[in-house]
Design a binder for this molecule. Structure first.
Ligand SMILES: Cc1cc2nc3c(=O)[nH]c(=O)nc-3n(C[C@H](O)[C@H](O)[C@H](O)COP(=O)(O)O)c2cc1C
Length: 147
């Protein structure tokens, strides 16, 4: 069954900018490689404090991916925000698309959020609508040097 899962977690490497960029590029390399194999698409929103990730795919594949992601020491306190069957993918062009939320305060404001990302205060529906707008503005494959 095609499904979509949304979770947030605490970004452990966020305090050290250089380390965060290195960590993110490694996460993206593994994500693109594995998600392509497993038919998973989605988006990974980050700032120095939070991760918010959307995973789309077959329910069993999402579950197996989440079991790998959860114990990853680069984040903590993985909290599922929503999981439901879907008719079609919203992030079908992305094995995993990356977005630095520090540059998207205008989009946060448009969804009644901000100025900083705080997924604890966000519903799954608002998170999804925000992520779709972020994707429209452009997702990345790697974290840019300026992130
Ligand atoms: C916030 C975050 C998001 C991640 N997203 C994915 C993902 O979408 N797919 C994936 O395979 N691994 C993801 N990872 C990496 C996994 O935790 C794990 O390191 C990786 O799947 C191991 O892959 P490997 O066995 O091929 O080395 C993520 C890690 C973090 C911290």
């Amino acid at each position: 069954m095609l499904s979509r899962l949304i979770y947030h977690s605490e970004n452990i490497s966020g305090g050290l900018e250089g380390k965060m960029m290195g960590d993110l590029n490694k996460i993206m390399d593994a994500s693109v490689r594995n998600n392509q194999r497993d038919g998973i698409t989605g988006a990974l929103l980050f700032d120095p404090i939070w991760f918010v990730q959307i995973l789309e795919g077959e329910r069993e594949a999402i579950s197996a991916t989440l079991r790998r992601i959860m114990p990853d020491p680069r984040h903590d306190a993985v909290t599922v925000m929503d999981c439901a069957p879907i008719e079609s993918r919203l992030f079908g062009n992305w094995w995993m698309g990356l977005a630095n939320m520090n540059v998207h305060s205008a989009l946060l404001a448009r969804h009644g959020l901000g100025p900083r990302l705080d997924p604890r205060k966000m519903s799954g529906a608002v998170t999804l609508a925000l992520a779709v707008d972020v994707a429209r503005a452009g997702l990345n494959r790697q974290v840019a040097a300026a992130a």
